[in-house]
Design a protein around this ligand. Structure first.
Ligand code: HEC
Ligand code: HEC
Length: 265
């Protein structure tokens, strides 16, 4: 009889822990799940299997966080995952098509994403615990009020100043490389039909958007739209200017047949 009660109590405790675990889960992982669905699923997929709607536009493909085919995620330490999310692919010698979130999310939020990732695949890593010194405030950057789009002065080999249009053209060509290769902006934006579809196509950015707006936006998107999915890349002024000039050169004809654009067929 007594034994029955003891087993009964033990049984209840076990059930309580299991049910509690199911419904409450790790609160850190729960917070991470929400962030994941806002900032990550367009590429990594709702289930984290690497099949978001934007994955077709990416090469390499987004990592399969469920380890469906290979045990890659299981081999990464918690700290390595933190670093990948904070610095992006470019910061860990991987593809820049994985954007950096260290200038957007708080350290606590990034740890919560690591905790969520750990629920998606089998692993033997220690439970994710929030380091005592992890900041819970998001990084803040000043909002740009006035911007200077002056073309920097350059002196040619002959000692004479180079024509500013020529400098601007050269910077625009550098901007194209920064856009496509260094920062991987093409992971979310298409130009002339190539690139991602998370953000708007920029094929007509030079006609649609004012240059000072482009500059302000790319320097600090969160200052204009706090919940945007576009990260702050902490662009240096020179890189931001080069990208602005590049986007200014994008002046494609509107898409669709001419009659839809109000022009003559
Ligand atoms: C624009 C698409 C895109 C978005 C958005 C994105 N990722 Fe990625 N992610 C990638 C790609 C592509 C890779 C593969 C990079 C490679 O293997 O070179 C990747 C790889 C990773 C990796 C593996 C890094 C490693 O060690 O190899 C982690 C972890 C990761 N992403 C987490 C996240 C999290 C968390 C978010 C949301 C906060 C996110 N990603 C948002 C595209 C994206
Ligand atoms: C993770 C996806 C993502 C990445 C990476 C990304 N963007 Fe964006 N971008 C967006 C989204 C989404 C918007 C639309 C604004 C919104 O609603 O959040 C946007 C908006 C813009 C706009 C304004 C477009 C308009 O029509 O108003 C510009 C310009 C821009 N991005 C440039 C860039 C540049 C330059 C880079 C690389 C340094 C970049 N983006 C990287 C997602 C991204």
């Amino acid at each position: 009889m007594k034994k029955g009660i003891i087993f009964g109590v033990i049984g209840l405790v076990v059930i309580g822990v299991l049910v509690g675990g199911l419904f409450l889960g790790n609160p850190l992982a729960k917070e991470g799940k929400k962030l994941y669905s806002h900032y990550c699923t367009h590429c990594h997929g709702m289930k984290g299997d690497g099949n978001g709607f934007n994955a077709v536009n990416l090469d390499p493909k987004p990592r399969d966080h469920t380890d469906g085919n290979e045990a890659y995620m299981a081999s990464r330490t918690n700290e390595e995952l933190f670093e990948a999310i904070a610095k992006g692919g470019a910061g860990i010698s991987k593809s820049p098509f994985m954007p950096p979130f260290g200038a957007v999310l708080s350290e606590k939020e990034i740890w919560s994403l690591v905790a969520h990732l750990r629920t998606l695949h089998k692993n033997k890593m220690p439970d994710v615990v929030l380091p005592a010194d992890a900041k819970s405030d998001r990084p803040k950057f000043p909002r740009l009020l006035k911007v200077s789009l002056d073309v920097p002065e350059e002196i040619g080999d002959d000692g004479q100043p180079v024509a500013s249009e020529e400098v601007k053209g050269r910077m625009a060509r550098i901007g194209k490389r920064l856009f496509e290769e260094k920062y991987g902006c093409s992971s979310c934006h298409s130009v002339d039909g190539t690139g991602g579809t998370v953000g708007p196509s920029l094929s007509r950015a030079g006609l649609r958007l004012r240059q000072d707006y482009i500059y302000k936006w790319i320097k600090n998107p969160q200052a204009i739209k706090p919940e945007t999915k576009m990260p702050n890349f902490q662009l240096r002024d020179r890189d931001a200017l080069a990208i602005t000039f590049y986007l200014g050169t994008l002046q494609a004809a509107p898409e669709g047949p001419p009659e839809e654009r109000g022009g003559r067929p």
